[in-house]
Design a protein around this ligand. Structure first.
Ligand SMILES: Nc1ncnc2c1ncn2[C@@H]1O[C@H](COP(=O)(O)OP(=O)(O)OP(=O)(O)O)[C@@H](O)[C@H]1O
Ligand SMILES: [Mg+2]
Length: 286
């Protein structure tokens, strides 16, 4: 799983997606300020940033879950407006959300085909073709190298990593143009994370689907991504190819760029506490 095994995305690869000047507020909360991102065909783009930076909001705008207050989305050369996740999906944009949308009490193979079930006719009745879905799901998961005890297991019996792998497998089954993965490694152990990252790396090698990957761990970013966009307080503060930057550089930017603000905020907090505690100096304040 070495980055060097995979040649860089050709600069001639077409830009498949542009989100331009996107802003979004929820009441008094500003989630995104004039954010622009670009994605080439076959590219894996990492979206990193602190909790609450606006990562999920940005991808939920792409997937039709939220509408932007301002800004445009240009997809495959045309400006688009997605009013619902269903519409974005119909255009080939698949999203695996941070809170997975698998149905726990259904089997793995039923989950694979939710909303696109195969049917058969028996004595004029339309019935689910369970045998076909079971066989297809088994073959498909094997092709992707996903090991689960049985496609008949209900999803609630799977480990976190297996569940995440099934969610990713389901989202790529329809051969999307863009795959969006929001924190696919959250709550996964080392081995399970490696499994999901391996899956992403295989997709990257094929260069047929463009991927936006939201992750927290910079190390993982360098393993499987071509480019990094750093989101801070609703703004993109860094856009760099992984070959042109390093984990140390990212950490330096976080410390240098964000440290001053964090220190100023902490200082303000300390002075407030000091003022409040002055009148009751004699008493135990904590
Ligand atoms: N539906 C909503 N209603 C109100 N505020 C929201 C909503 N969704 C997000 N926010 C706010 O918008 C900001 C950005 O949230 P978002 O979920 O996009 O962050 P994030 O970068 O994905 O964070 P995390 O790493 O914790 O998932 C936060 O301040 C959040 O509280
Ligand atoms: Mg999020």
């Amino acid at each position: 799983m070495n980055e060097k095994d995979i040649p860089a995305v050709s600069p001639a690869a077409p830009v498949i997606l542009e989100m331009n000047h996107i802003s979004k507020s929820f009441g008094a909360v500003t989630a995104l300020v004039d954010v622009s991102i670009k994605l080439r065909k076959g590219e894996v783009l990492a979206l990193v940033g602190d909790n609450g930076a606006g990562k999920s909001t940005l991808i939920k705008i792409l997937s039709g879950f939220h509408q932007p207050d301002t800004g445009t989305i240009v997809y495959q050369g045309k400006e688009v407006h997605f009013d619902s996740p269903r519409e974005a999906r119909a255009h080939g944009i698949e999203t695996v959300y941070q809170d997975l949308a698998l149905i726990n009490h259904l089997s793995v193979y039923h989950n694979m085909f939710v909303g696109r079930e195969y049917h058969k006719r028996v004595l004029g009745l339309k019935l689910l073709d369970n045998r076909k879905m079971r066989t297809l799901a088994k073959t498909y998961l094997e092709t992707l190298g996903i090991e689960i005890p049985s496609v008949n297991s209900t999803v609630e019996l799977l480990s976190g990593g297996q569940r995440q792998s099934v969610a990713v497998a389901r989202s790529i089954y329809s051969s999307p143009s863009i795959l969006v993965l929001d924190e696919p490694l959250a709550a996964l152990g080392v081995r399970e994370s490696a499994h999901v990252l391996g899956l992403i790396q295989n997709l990257r090698r094929q260069r047929s689907v463009s991927i936006i990957l939201i992750v927290h761990n910079y190390n993982q970013v360098f393993e499987v991504c071509d480019r990094i966009n750093f989101l801070h307080s609703g703004e993109i503060v860094l856009d760099a190819s992984t070959s042109a930057t390093s984990e140390e550089e990212l950490i330096r930017i976080v410390k240098g760029g964000l440290g001053r603000e964090a220190i100023a905020a902490a200082a303000a907090e300390v002075s407030t506490v000091t003022k409040w505690s002055e009148p009751s100096q004699g008493g135990a304040s904590a």
